[in-house]
Design a protein around this ligand. Structure first.
Ligand code: 5GP
Ligand code: ZN
Length: 114
């Protein structure tokens, strides 16, 4: 999608701090981290949110979780714990409309989220 910030990261039209990339996904450091580890894992395919998913996207979005786990292992937070979050829509506070999985860790987190 032409005006999508995260699509521009995928196409390398804008720089970002990439931590992992493969054929179908990209992972990069969040610009405004909410925890010592805060990485966003996105599919290369543009999807605005989970509301835009179809069954065709099931495998690709499942892949994001495995990539997040791999990054958690590399960042050595897999044993201390981490949170994977996908915000959808206004009540969840979604602000970028290219689907992304937040990987957060490196500190203790409260529940329920605010
Ligand atoms: P959301 O609120 O949609 O769930 O999450 C969007 C995330 O994207 C936020 O955590 C925000 O800090 C991050 N973000 C917004 N703009 C940029 C940017 O230009 N670069 C990077 N790396 N992250 C961004
Ligand atoms: Zn996009």
């Amino acid at each position: 999608m032409v005006d999508c910030l995260f699509c521009k990261f995928v196409k390398k039209e804008l720089p970002t701090r990439v931590v992992f990339e493969d054929d179908t996904c990209l992972a990069f450091e969040d610009i405004n981290p909410k925890a010592p580890v805060h990485v966003l894992v996105i599919p290369k395919k543009h999807l605005s949110s989970t509301n835009a998913m179809t069954s065709e996207d099931e495998t690709g979005l499942g892949h994001l979780t495995l990539v997040a786990r791999k990054i958690a292992q590399e960042k050595k937070i897999d044993q201390s714990g981490y949170r994977t979050v996908m915000n959808t829509g206004p009540d969840a506070g979604q602000s970028v409309f290219h689907i992304h999985l937040h990987l957060l860790g490196g500190r203790s987190m409260g529940w329920p989220p605010g």
